[in-house]
Design a protein around this ligand. Structure first.
Ligand SMILES: Nc1ncnc2c1ncn2[C@@H]1O[C@H](COP(=O)(O)OP(=O)(O)O)[C@@H](O)[C@H]1O
Ligand SMILES: [Mg+2]
Length: 367
Protein backbone atom coordinates (compact mmCIF):
# COMPACT_ATOMS: atom_id res chain seq x y z
CA UNK A 1 0.00 0.00 0.00
CA UNK A 2 1.31 3.44 -0.85
CA UNK A 3 -0.78 5.93 1.03
CA UNK A 4 1.28 9.10 1.44
CA UNK A 5 0.88 11.10 4.61
CA UNK A 6 2.59 14.46 4.89
CA UNK A 7 2.20 15.73 8.44
CA UNK A 8 3.01 19.36 9.39
CA UNK A 9 6.08 19.42 7.22
CA UNK A 10 8.15 22.62 7.10
CA UNK A 11 11.11 23.39 4.90
CA UNK A 12 13.10 26.57 4.69
CA UNK A 13 16.13 27.64 2.65
CA UNK A 14 17.93 30.54 4.31
CA UNK A 15 15.21 33.10 5.01
CA UNK A 16 12.75 31.59 2.56
CA UNK A 17 10.09 29.51 4.29
CA UNK A 18 9.01 27.36 1.35
CA UNK A 19 6.66 25.02 3.24
CA UNK A 20 5.15 25.91 6.60
CA UNK A 21 3.41 23.12 8.54
CA UNK A 22 2.19 21.59 5.31
CA UNK A 23 -0.12 18.56 5.52
CA UNK A 24 -1.54 16.34 2.83
CA UNK A 25 -2.93 12.83 2.51
CA UNK A 26 -2.87 10.86 -0.73
CA UNK A 27 -4.69 7.54 -0.86
CA UNK A 28 -3.32 4.30 -2.27
CA UNK A 29 -4.08 3.88 -5.97
CA UNK A 30 -4.86 7.53 -6.55
CA UNK A 31 -3.56 9.64 -9.36
CA UNK A 32 -3.04 12.80 -7.36
CA UNK A 33 -1.82 16.12 -8.75
CA UNK A 34 -0.15 18.95 -6.90
CA UNK A 35 -0.95 22.06 -8.89
CA UNK A 36 0.49 25.50 -8.22
CA UNK A 37 2.35 28.42 -9.78
CA UNK A 38 6.05 28.24 -10.50
CA UNK A 39 8.21 28.54 -7.41
CA UNK A 40 5.48 27.62 -4.89
CA UNK A 41 7.34 24.61 -3.51
CA UNK A 42 6.06 21.65 -5.53
CA UNK A 43 9.48 20.24 -6.36
CA UNK A 44 10.64 20.77 -2.78
CA UNK A 45 7.69 18.72 -1.51
CA UNK A 46 8.35 15.98 -4.04
CA UNK A 47 12.02 15.87 -3.08
CA UNK A 48 11.04 15.62 0.58
CA UNK A 49 8.73 12.68 -0.17
CA UNK A 50 11.38 11.03 -2.36
CA UNK A 51 14.04 11.47 0.32
CA UNK A 52 16.41 13.84 -1.50
CA UNK A 53 15.72 16.46 1.20
CA UNK A 54 14.93 16.30 4.91
CA UNK A 55 12.10 18.27 6.55
CA UNK A 56 12.82 20.88 9.26
CA UNK A 57 9.70 19.79 11.11
CA UNK A 58 6.97 17.19 10.77
CA UNK A 59 6.89 13.69 9.39
CA UNK A 60 6.26 11.82 6.14
CA UNK A 61 4.76 8.36 5.97
CA UNK A 62 4.53 6.07 2.95
CA UNK A 63 2.16 3.20 3.68
CA UNK A 64 2.94 2.03 7.20
CA UNK A 65 6.53 3.30 7.13
CA UNK A 66 7.67 6.58 8.61
CA UNK A 67 10.21 7.58 5.97
CA UNK A 68 11.11 10.96 7.46
CA UNK A 69 10.63 12.51 10.85
CA UNK A 70 12.31 15.72 11.90
CA UNK A 71 12.15 15.40 15.69
CA UNK A 72 14.10 12.15 15.91
CA UNK A 73 16.06 12.44 12.68
CA UNK A 74 14.42 9.48 10.90
CA UNK A 75 15.46 9.51 7.26
CA UNK A 76 15.03 6.56 4.95
CA UNK A 77 17.22 6.95 1.84
CA UNK A 78 15.37 7.32 -1.50
CA UNK A 79 16.20 3.80 -2.73
CA UNK A 80 14.50 2.29 0.33
CA UNK A 81 11.24 4.20 -0.02
CA UNK A 82 9.77 1.93 -2.70
CA UNK A 83 9.18 4.70 -5.19
CA UNK A 84 10.12 5.74 -8.71
CA UNK A 85 10.78 9.34 -9.76
CA UNK A 86 10.76 11.14 -13.11
CA UNK A 87 11.92 14.72 -13.34
CA UNK A 88 11.19 17.41 -15.90
CA UNK A 89 14.54 17.29 -17.68
CA UNK A 90 14.89 13.80 -19.08
CA UNK A 91 17.39 12.49 -16.59
CA UNK A 92 18.59 9.61 -18.77
CA UNK A 93 22.29 8.84 -19.07
CA UNK A 94 23.42 9.88 -22.55
CA UNK A 95 26.18 7.27 -22.79
CA UNK A 96 23.94 4.32 -21.88
CA UNK A 97 21.54 2.49 -24.19
CA UNK A 98 17.82 2.36 -23.43
CA UNK A 99 18.33 -1.11 -21.99
CA UNK A 100 21.17 -0.06 -19.71
CA UNK A 101 19.39 3.09 -18.61
CA UNK A 102 16.35 1.10 -17.55
CA UNK A 103 18.47 -1.71 -16.04
CA UNK A 104 20.49 0.67 -13.90
CA UNK A 105 18.41 0.59 -10.68
CA UNK A 106 18.23 -3.23 -10.80
CA UNK A 107 21.96 -3.65 -11.35
CA UNK A 108 22.52 -1.29 -8.46
CA UNK A 109 20.28 -3.51 -6.34
CA UNK A 110 22.34 -6.54 -7.41
CA UNK A 111 19.60 -8.51 -9.17
CA UNK A 112 20.73 -11.57 -11.19
CA UNK A 113 21.29 -10.99 -14.89
CA UNK A 114 18.29 -12.98 -16.17
CA UNK A 115 15.79 -11.24 -13.91
CA UNK A 116 17.28 -7.89 -14.85
CA UNK A 117 16.71 -8.74 -18.49
CA UNK A 118 13.12 -9.91 -17.95
CA UNK A 119 12.20 -6.90 -15.87
CA UNK A 120 13.81 -4.41 -18.26
CA UNK A 121 12.00 -5.86 -21.27
CA UNK A 122 8.73 -5.84 -19.35
CA UNK A 123 9.22 -2.23 -18.31
CA UNK A 124 10.27 -1.11 -21.79
CA UNK A 125 7.13 -2.77 -23.16
CA UNK A 126 4.97 -0.94 -20.61
CA UNK A 127 6.01 2.39 -22.10
CA UNK A 128 5.66 1.13 -25.71
CA UNK A 129 9.37 1.20 -26.50
CA UNK A 130 9.89 -2.45 -27.40
CA UNK A 131 12.50 -2.85 -30.13
CA UNK A 132 14.40 0.30 -29.21
CA UNK A 133 16.41 -1.25 -26.37
CA UNK A 134 19.77 -0.75 -28.06
CA UNK A 135 19.33 2.89 -29.00
CA UNK A 136 21.23 5.68 -27.33
CA UNK A 137 19.25 8.63 -25.93
CA UNK A 138 20.68 10.84 -28.70
CA UNK A 139 18.86 8.59 -31.20
CA UNK A 140 15.50 9.17 -29.50
CA UNK A 141 12.95 12.01 -29.54
CA UNK A 142 12.23 14.01 -26.40
CA UNK A 143 9.05 12.03 -25.83
CA UNK A 144 10.88 8.72 -26.19
CA UNK A 145 13.56 9.85 -23.76
CA UNK A 146 10.86 10.66 -21.26
CA UNK A 147 9.44 7.14 -21.78
CA UNK A 148 12.86 5.72 -20.95
CA UNK A 149 12.88 7.74 -17.74
CA UNK A 150 9.40 6.40 -17.00
CA UNK A 151 10.46 2.80 -17.70
CA UNK A 152 13.45 3.23 -15.41
CA UNK A 153 11.24 4.64 -12.67
CA UNK A 154 8.91 1.62 -12.97
CA UNK A 155 11.46 -1.17 -13.38
CA UNK A 156 11.82 -1.87 -9.65
CA UNK A 157 8.00 -2.18 -9.46
CA UNK A 158 7.46 0.66 -7.03
CA UNK A 159 4.10 1.14 -5.32
CA UNK A 160 4.48 4.90 -5.75
CA UNK A 161 5.47 6.96 -8.76
CA UNK A 162 6.49 10.60 -8.36
CA UNK A 163 6.37 12.71 -11.51
CA UNK A 164 7.72 16.26 -11.55
CA UNK A 165 6.43 18.13 -14.62
CA UNK A 166 7.58 15.24 -16.84
CA UNK A 167 5.71 16.49 -19.89
CA UNK A 168 6.50 20.19 -19.86
CA UNK A 169 9.32 19.92 -22.41
CA UNK A 170 7.11 18.07 -24.90
CA UNK A 171 4.96 19.59 -27.63
CA UNK A 172 1.20 19.86 -27.10
CA UNK A 173 0.14 16.73 -29.03
CA UNK A 174 2.69 14.52 -27.38
CA UNK A 175 1.81 15.94 -24.02
CA UNK A 176 -1.80 14.96 -24.52
CA UNK A 177 -0.90 11.46 -25.67
CA UNK A 178 1.51 10.90 -22.78
CA UNK A 179 -0.94 12.03 -20.14
CA UNK A 180 -3.38 9.33 -21.28
CA UNK A 181 -0.58 6.80 -21.17
CA UNK A 182 0.42 7.77 -17.65
CA UNK A 183 -3.20 7.38 -16.58
CA UNK A 184 -3.40 3.96 -18.21
CA UNK A 185 -0.15 2.82 -16.62
CA UNK A 186 -1.35 3.95 -13.22
CA UNK A 187 -4.56 1.93 -13.55
CA UNK A 188 -2.88 -1.12 -15.03
CA UNK A 189 -0.20 -1.28 -12.33
CA UNK A 190 -2.51 -0.17 -9.50
CA UNK A 191 0.11 2.20 -8.14
CA UNK A 192 -0.15 5.59 -6.47
CA UNK A 193 0.91 8.47 -8.69
CA UNK A 194 1.84 11.90 -7.39
CA UNK A 195 2.09 14.29 -10.29
CA UNK A 196 3.41 17.83 -9.92
CA UNK A 197 2.62 20.57 -12.43
CA UNK A 198 1.73 24.24 -12.95
CA UNK A 199 -0.51 23.26 -15.89
CA UNK A 200 -4.24 23.32 -15.01
CA UNK A 201 -5.28 21.37 -18.07
CA UNK A 202 -3.00 18.42 -17.33
CA UNK A 203 -4.09 18.45 -13.70
CA UNK A 204 -7.79 18.37 -14.59
CA UNK A 205 -7.35 15.70 -17.24
CA UNK A 206 -5.09 13.38 -15.27
CA UNK A 207 -6.17 13.41 -11.66
CA UNK A 208 -8.53 11.53 -9.41
CA UNK A 209 -7.94 14.37 -6.99
CA UNK A 210 -5.77 17.44 -6.96
CA UNK A 211 -4.43 19.96 -4.47
CA UNK A 212 -4.02 23.63 -5.32
CA UNK A 213 -1.09 25.51 -3.80
CA UNK A 214 -0.74 29.27 -3.90
CA UNK A 215 2.49 31.16 -4.55
CA UNK A 216 3.36 30.96 -0.83
CA UNK A 217 3.09 27.18 -0.72
CA UNK A 218 -0.22 27.31 1.15
CA UNK A 219 -2.75 24.62 0.36
CA UNK A 220 -5.92 26.34 -0.88
CA UNK A 221 -8.12 23.43 -1.86
CA UNK A 222 -8.16 19.68 -2.33
CA UNK A 223 -10.80 17.88 -4.37
CA UNK A 224 -11.76 16.07 -7.53
CA UNK A 225 -11.35 18.00 -10.80
CA UNK A 226 -15.10 18.80 -11.06
CA UNK A 227 -15.22 19.85 -7.39
CA UNK A 228 -12.30 22.23 -7.86
CA UNK A 229 -13.53 23.62 -11.15
CA UNK A 230 -17.20 23.96 -10.22
CA UNK A 231 -16.76 24.94 -6.57
CA UNK A 232 -13.53 26.90 -6.18
CA UNK A 233 -12.83 27.48 -2.49
CA UNK A 234 -11.61 31.03 -2.99
CA UNK A 235 -10.62 33.68 -5.48
CA UNK A 236 -7.11 32.31 -5.89
CA UNK A 237 -8.40 28.91 -7.00
CA UNK A 238 -11.00 30.49 -9.27
CA UNK A 239 -8.35 32.66 -10.94
CA UNK A 240 -5.84 29.87 -11.23
CA UNK A 241 -8.17 27.34 -12.84
CA UNK A 242 -8.97 29.29 -16.00
CA UNK A 243 -9.86 32.61 -17.60
CA UNK A 244 -11.67 34.53 -14.88
CA UNK A 245 -14.13 37.42 -15.18
CA UNK A 246 -14.64 39.42 -12.01
CA UNK A 247 -17.42 41.97 -11.90
CA UNK A 248 -17.47 44.28 -8.84
CA UNK A 249 -20.96 44.45 -7.38
CA UNK A 250 -22.45 46.22 -4.37
CA UNK A 251 -25.58 45.65 -2.37
CA UNK A 252 -27.93 48.60 -1.93
CA UNK A 253 -31.12 47.75 -0.10
CA UNK A 254 -32.61 44.77 -1.86
CA UNK A 255 -30.79 45.52 -5.11
CA UNK A 256 -27.41 44.40 -6.36
CA UNK A 257 -25.70 47.03 -8.51
CA UNK A 258 -22.98 46.86 -11.11
CA UNK A 259 -22.01 50.39 -12.06
CA UNK A 260 -25.36 52.15 -12.42
CA UNK A 261 -27.24 49.03 -13.44
CA UNK A 262 -29.26 46.57 -11.47
CA UNK A 263 -27.63 43.16 -11.56
CA UNK A 264 -30.41 40.57 -11.41
CA UNK A 265 -28.98 37.94 -9.09
CA UNK A 266 -30.46 35.52 -6.59
CA UNK A 267 -31.55 37.11 -3.31
CA UNK A 268 -28.83 37.20 -0.66
CA UNK A 269 -25.92 36.97 -3.13
CA UNK A 270 -24.99 40.57 -2.44
CA UNK A 271 -26.69 41.88 0.74
CA UNK A 272 -27.22 45.53 1.59
CA UNK A 273 -23.89 47.34 2.08
CA UNK A 274 -21.77 44.42 0.81
CA UNK A 275 -19.07 44.79 -1.81
CA UNK A 276 -18.55 41.56 -3.66
CA UNK A 277 -17.03 40.17 -6.82
CA UNK A 278 -19.12 38.09 -9.18
CA UNK A 279 -16.81 35.57 -10.84
CA UNK A 280 -17.66 33.66 -14.00
CA UNK A 281 -15.97 31.98 -16.96
CA UNK A 282 -16.26 33.41 -20.50
CA UNK A 283 -18.28 30.35 -21.52
CA UNK A 284 -20.81 31.08 -18.76
CA UNK A 285 -21.83 34.43 -20.23
CA UNK A 286 -25.02 34.28 -22.28
CA UNK A 287 -25.02 37.14 -24.73
CA UNK A 288 -28.05 38.34 -26.72
CA UNK A 289 -29.24 41.42 -28.60
CA UNK A 290 -32.34 41.75 -26.42
CA UNK A 291 -33.48 40.00 -23.30
CA UNK A 292 -35.03 36.78 -24.67
CA UNK A 293 -38.02 36.79 -22.29
CA UNK A 294 -38.05 40.42 -21.27
CA UNK A 295 -36.42 39.52 -17.94
CA UNK A 296 -33.91 42.03 -16.58
CA UNK A 297 -30.34 41.68 -17.88
CA UNK A 298 -27.12 43.64 -17.65
CA UNK A 299 -26.50 45.84 -20.67
CA UNK A 300 -23.12 46.15 -22.32
CA UNK A 301 -21.29 47.12 -25.48
CA UNK A 302 -19.07 44.83 -27.53
CA UNK A 303 -15.59 46.37 -27.63
CA UNK A 304 -13.76 43.67 -29.51
CA UNK A 305 -14.93 40.63 -31.46
CA UNK A 306 -12.44 37.90 -32.38
CA UNK A 307 -13.11 34.83 -34.45
CA UNK A 308 -11.12 31.99 -32.86
CA UNK A 309 -12.42 29.10 -34.99
CA UNK A 310 -14.67 27.03 -32.72
CA UNK A 311 -15.66 30.05 -30.63
CA UNK A 312 -16.27 33.75 -30.99
CA UNK A 313 -14.43 35.68 -28.30
CA UNK A 314 -15.93 39.00 -27.21
CA UNK A 315 -14.59 41.75 -24.98
CA UNK A 316 -17.58 43.54 -23.51
CA UNK A 317 -17.82 46.79 -21.59
CA UNK A 318 -20.37 46.97 -18.79
CA UNK A 319 -20.36 50.43 -17.17
CA UNK A 320 -16.59 50.66 -17.29
CA UNK A 321 -15.94 46.99 -16.43
CA UNK A 322 -14.44 44.81 -19.12
CA UNK A 323 -15.41 41.18 -19.33
CA UNK A 324 -14.79 38.35 -21.71
CA UNK A 325 -17.46 36.14 -23.25
CA UNK A 326 -17.15 33.22 -25.61
CA UNK A 327 -19.88 31.82 -27.82
CA UNK A 328 -19.79 28.65 -29.85
CA UNK A 329 -19.32 29.80 -33.45
CA UNK A 330 -22.16 27.66 -34.89
CA UNK A 331 -24.52 28.90 -32.23
CA UNK A 332 -23.42 32.47 -32.93
CA UNK A 333 -24.18 31.99 -36.63
CA UNK A 334 -27.46 30.12 -36.16
CA UNK A 335 -28.88 32.30 -33.40
CA UNK A 336 -27.87 35.78 -34.44
CA UNK A 337 -25.03 36.12 -31.95
CA UNK A 338 -22.39 37.35 -34.34
CA UNK A 339 -21.67 40.70 -32.77
CA UNK A 340 -19.54 43.46 -34.18
CA UNK A 341 -17.47 46.02 -32.38
CA UNK A 342 -19.74 48.75 -31.04
CA UNK A 343 -22.88 46.56 -30.96
CA UNK A 344 -25.03 46.82 -27.84
CA UNK A 345 -25.82 43.55 -26.09
CA UNK A 346 -27.54 42.11 -23.02
CA UNK A 347 -25.91 39.62 -20.72
CA UNK A 348 -27.05 36.83 -18.47
CA UNK A 349 -24.84 34.44 -16.54
CA UNK A 350 -24.80 30.89 -15.33
CA UNK A 351 -22.55 29.53 -12.55
CA UNK A 352 -21.78 32.77 -10.76
CA UNK A 353 -19.18 32.45 -8.00
CA UNK A 354 -19.28 35.10 -5.31
CA UNK A 355 -16.13 36.37 -3.61
CA UNK A 356 -15.50 39.08 -1.03
CA UNK A 357 -14.13 42.19 -2.69
CA UNK A 358 -11.42 42.27 0.00
CA UNK A 359 -10.06 38.84 -1.03
CA UNK A 360 -6.41 39.52 -1.77
CA UNK A 361 -5.78 36.70 -4.22
CA UNK A 362 -6.56 38.98 -7.11
CA UNK A 363 -5.86 38.68 -10.79
CA UNK A 364 -2.34 37.80 -11.77
CA UNK A 365 -1.90 35.49 -8.83
CA UNK A 366 -2.88 32.67 -11.11
CA UNK A 367 -1.86 31.58 -14.57
N1 LIG B 1 18.18 23.85 -2.69
C1 LIG B 1 17.58 25.04 -2.59
N2 LIG B 1 18.21 26.10 -2.05
C2 LIG B 1 17.61 27.29 -1.93
N3 LIG B 1 16.36 27.56 -2.34
C3 LIG B 1 15.67 26.56 -2.89
C4 LIG B 1 16.23 25.25 -3.06
N4 LIG B 1 15.31 24.47 -3.64
C5 LIG B 1 14.21 25.25 -3.83
N5 LIG B 1 14.43 26.49 -3.39
C6 LIG B 1 13.46 27.60 -3.42
O1 LIG B 1 12.22 27.12 -2.97
C7 LIG B 1 11.15 27.69 -3.68
C8 LIG B 1 10.26 26.62 -4.25
O2 LIG B 1 10.97 25.92 -5.26
P1 LIG B 1 10.36 24.72 -6.07
O3 LIG B 1 9.82 23.69 -5.14
O4 LIG B 1 11.41 24.27 -7.01
O5 LIG B 1 9.17 25.42 -6.86
P2 LIG B 1 8.18 24.74 -7.93
O6 LIG B 1 6.81 24.84 -7.32
O7 LIG B 1 8.28 25.60 -9.15
O8 LIG B 1 8.63 23.36 -8.17
C9 LIG B 1 11.78 28.57 -4.77
O9 LIG B 1 11.75 29.90 -4.32
C10 LIG B 1 13.20 28.06 -4.84
O10 LIG B 1 14.07 29.09 -5.21
MG1 LIG C 1 9.36 22.45 -9.88
Amino acid sequence: MATILVESVSKRYGKHQVLDYFSLRIEHGECFTLLGPSGCGKTVLLRLIAGFETPDSGAIRIGETVVARADNGTHLPPERRGLGVVFQDYAVWPHLSVFDNVAYPLKLAGLPKQSVRDRVLESVALVNMTGLENRLPSELSGGQQQRVALARALVARPALLLLDEPLSNLDANLREEMRFEIRELQRKLDITVLYVTHDQEIALALSDRLAILDENGILRQTGTPPEIFEHPADLFVFNFMGVANLLPARGEGKACLVGRQIFPVEPGACPDGARRLAGFRPSDVLIDRESPDGAPCLRGTVRRASFLGPVMDYLIDVDGNTLRASVDTHEALDRDRMFREGDPCVLRFRNLHWFDASDTAGKGAGA
